[in-house]
Design a protein around this ligand. Structure first.
Ligand SMILES: Cc1ncc(COP(=O)(O)O)c(C=O)c1O
Length: 436
């Protein structure tokens, strides 16, 4: 490809200079596989970007999109509606945790995070507690890159270029404890880290806090699985102090943990739940927030006549995205994808933990069909070790994802034993090759 063809695009979350010097391009996909423009096969161990949960290029989804595009290219959803939006919302409400059945559409995970935070603020105002305006996130949390999500997020590198962000925000400590190294699924230590919320309540006053937002399993920071009892404790403390609990399920939703949402796997139901990615199998951008009936009723029924929530996006409930979401949910139901993920999870776990003796591996974490493999960084050259492993894998037909010096794996849920073997073999060789 001539150099000029690469110059115009300013790539997101990418080292533009080194990428454009040595591009890694994908031009076709099907099932568990990508192909490069030269026709080289690449096994997808990341479901695109944690999003193609049902595998690539599913005909049912692409046909639904095509059909819709030729009959209703767009319809506004401000003061107007179209049937697919209501059908999609009802279908989503059919898989969200019981009670979270009011669905607000967005176009991405970032928009879902900001929407959930704004709904939390609007709820307290409608509920006669307008002073509850503080938002609590968590160190190392990721809630996208818009100002709200970034402010409650806790990844320093994502924040430092952009000034002070939102005020009136505080953070819980992260849950990455050395004593939990090589834990399988939920680590044993760290339930007490949820007690930090009590400290924040004492510091700021319970009646000033609107919401706590956490990822049930933190993904982008390098896969942090909640300690046993931790989410339950957060739920109890939020209830005690009248604080709303928001789960950001942008990566954990749609079967990734062997249940439709992680809330179900952990047995903890939030008040608001964000989703995106797997919702349309990533074939069309779409996000959503599921709110409890109580939140919806409080905001809507306490409002004067007219618009109740001054929030929305031109493309909220876009017809093509709704068609893709419905088709995706059909596939999840018909192929029992969450159950399928749950069934292969033990094999996945044992296979990824078999990498523990490879050079430089300091921790391995797993949850559902997610794995994080943390590496000792090369002295003075952070992230280089993982970047080398990623390139080695790509050159040898495997797509993985890295964040700093942690490798994050999140394959499509249609994964089979042969794929697991290929992932572990290629990745193991790449880890062994990256030693200095
Ligand atoms: C937990 C979480 N929230 C929000 C987002 C942001 O989603 P998007 O990139 O669609 O805006 C992500 C993306 O990875 C995520 O992992």
């Amino acid at each position: 490809m001539p150099r000029n063809d690469l110059d115009a695009a300013w790539m997101p979350f990418t080292a533009n200079r080194s990428f454009k010097a040595a591009p890694r391009l994908l031009s076709r996909a099907d099932g568990m596989l990508y192909w490069t423009p030269e026709g080289r096969e690449v096994l997808d161990a990341t479901a695109g970007l944690w999003c193609v949960n049902a595998g690539h290029n599913r005909r049912q989804i692409t046909e639904a999109i095509t059909r819709t595009a030729t009959s209703l290219d767009f319809a506004p959803t401000f003061q107007m509606g179209h049937p697919l939006m209501f059908e999609a919302a009802s279908r989503i409400a059919g898989v969200t945790p019981p009670g979270l059945d009011r669905i607000f559409f967005t176009n991405s995970g970032s928009e879902s995070a900001d929407t959930a935070l704004k709904i939390a603020l609007a709820y307290h105002r409608a509920n006669g507690q307008p002073q509850r305006t503080m938002l609590i996130g968590r160190e190392r949390g990721y809630h996208g890159i818009n100002f709200g999500g970034l402010s409650v997020g806790g990844i320093g590198a994502n924040r430092k270029q952009f000034g002070p962000l939102l005020g009136n925000v505080d953070h819980l400590p992260h849950t990455h404890l050395p004593s939990n190294r090589f834990a399988r699924f939920q680590p044993e230590h760290g339930v007490e880290l949820a007690d930090a919320l009590t400290g924040l309540v004492q510091l700021h006053g319970a009646d000033s806090i609107a919401a706590v937002i956490v990822e049930p399993v933190a993904g982008s920071t390098g896969v942090l699985v909640p300690p046993v009892g931790y989410l339950e404790k957060l739920r109890a403390l939020c209830d005690e102090h009248g604080i709303l609990l928001i789960f950001d399920e942008v990566i954990t939703g749609f079967g990734r943990l062997g249940t439709p949402f992680a809330a179900e796997r952990f047995g903890v139901t939030p008040d608001l739940l964000t989703m995106a990615k797997g919702l349309t199998n990533a074939a069309v951008p779409m996000g959503a927030v599921a709110a409890s009936e109580a939140i919806y009723r409080t905001v809507v029924e306490n409002a004067p006549p007219g618009i109740e929530l001054f929030h929305g996006y031109t493309y909220s409930g876009h017809p093509l995205a709704c068609a893709a979401a419905i088709a995706t949910l059909d596939i999840h139901r018909d192929e029992e994808l969450p159950a399928r993920a749950r069934a292969i999870e033990p094999e996945w776990r044992e296979a990824v933990h078999s990498l523990r003796d490879r050079p430089g591996v300091v921790d391995i974490r797993d949850a559902g069909l997610i794995a994080g493999i943390e590496l000792e960084p090369f002295a003075g050259r952070p992230a280089e070790r993982a970047a080398r492993i990623m390139q080695h894998c790509f050159d040898n037909g495997l797509l993985i994802r890295t964040t700093a010096d942690t490798i994050a794996l999140s394959p499509p849920l249609i994964l089979e034993r042969t794929h697991i073997d290929r992932i572990v073999t290629t990745l193991g060789e790449a880890i062994s090759a990256a030693t200095a």
